[in-house]
Design a protein around this ligand. Structure first.
Ligand SMILES: Nc1ncnc2c1ncn2[C@@H]1O[C@H](COP(=O)(O)OP(=O)(O)OP(=O)(O)O)[C@@H](O)[C@H]1O
Ligand SMILES: [Mg+2]
Length: 323
């Protein structure tokens, strides 16, 4: 879906929570998001349970099985703010999509290599990474591709070498299309390619947006996290205009939600007010289980398969398949 200009209304991104904040219409003030409490929502159906977004909870059925694989939808997991859950969401959405029989390629496109680490790969031990595939046309990307411990999930790993690409690519012809060229021979074999972006809007992220069919924006439930969204939307608009007309915003994923705090609820209600249906129904709660999974080097869906976090990422996978 395109980005309506109203999404960039300055009051939405005001710095003080109260300035220009949603008033009576606020989902938080009318519907106790996160509590699952009953209320009389706008749809007139009384006593329908509400989800954390303040909207009525919708059941999303399991997706039908696939007969074959590909071509993949390439999704960039993008937000220039650091530590909002991009990498955690890439791993766990990927693992959940694979549970539904989808073949998934995860692309670590951050020189920090956190996605690789989160899947049990030691980035500094790698001779060749996505950096080599991007910079050297003679490289066969299949030599860099690795299986992961998760059935149906492969990884294109990265390490600190990739930080050089940002500078080296500047002088290249077609510099924004470098990742797209790397992924082209692979998209036919996968159902989803998820690209974990670094926390910046630099050339690597522009490459990810150019290669992508859609963007998923993880957004931490924290007031300052709204500040950068206007800039991110402008970047997405520019990439759409100049490089990739079919780039879509698949959804905004609220992460690190704490149902006990009014603060978290207010942030969600502002995000829903600004972005409406673009916000996924699925909301990821803040829990120590996620940092644990990084240490374990596996997704929450196998580390704690029955946890709230695992259940949430499975629901997100169903939403993504349906969108
Ligand atoms: N829902 C959550 N609850 C609690 N901690 C979380 C949650 N999601 C992620 N974390 C933790 O927060 C930290 C940052 O998460 P993550 O690495 O996924 O963010 P990121 O946006 O990829 O960061 P960066 O911008 O540095 O790449 C990690 O330690 C991770 O384990
Ligand atoms: Mg990350």
């Amino acid at each position: 879906m395109a980005t309506p200009h109203s999404l960039r209304a300055p009051e939405v991104f005001g710095e003080t929570p109260s300035a220009g904040a949603p008033s009576a219409g606020s989902a938080a003030s009318t519907s106790s998001p996160g509590s699952g409490a009953s209320d009389t929502p706008a749809n007139g159906k009384p006593d329908q349970p509400l989800g954390p977004t303040g909207r009525p909870l919708r059941e999303i059925p399991d997706p039908p099985p696939l007969d074959g694989h590909g071509p993949a939808r390439v999704l960039a997991m993008c937000n220039q703010k650091g530590g909002v859950g991009k990498t955690t969401s890439t791993i766990n959405l990927g693992a959940s999509l694979a549970e539904y029989g989808r073949k998934v390629l995860l692309v670590d496109f951050d020189p920090q290599g956190a996605l690789s680490v989160g899947l049990g790969v030691q980035p500094h031990e790698l001779d060749q990474t996505v950096y080599n595939a991007v910079m050297e046309s003679s490289i066969n990307v299949r030599d860099i591709l690795r299986k992961t411990s998760i059935d149906g999930v492969d990884l294109l790993p990265s390490n600190i070498d990739l930080s050089a690409a940002e500078v080296q690519l500047v002088a290249e012809v077609g510099r924004e299309h470098s990742l797209m060229r790397v992924l082209r021979p692979l998209v036919g074999e996968y159902d989803f390619v998820l690209v974990d972006c670094q926390p910046s809007l630099g050339l690597l992220t522009v490459n990810a947006l150019t290669a992508a069919d859609g963007v998923i924006i993880p957004l931490e439930c924290e007031f300052f996290s709204l500040r950068g969204v206007a800039l991110l939307m402008d970047t997405i608009d520019k990439v759409r205009e100049r490089l990739n007309p079919s780039l879509d915003i698949i959804g905004i994923l609220a992460t690190m939600f704490d149902p006990r705090t009014l603060h978290s609820k207010e942030v969600i209600s502002r995000v829903v007010e600004a972005f409406g249906e673009t916000v996924f129904d699925t909301v990821i709660n803040r829990t120590v289980r996620f940092p644990e999974t990084t240490v374990a080097g596996e997704p929450i869906t196998t580390w704690a398969p029955k946890s709230v976090g695992a259940t949430a990422y499975r629901q997100l996978a169903r939403e993504v398949i349906r969108r």
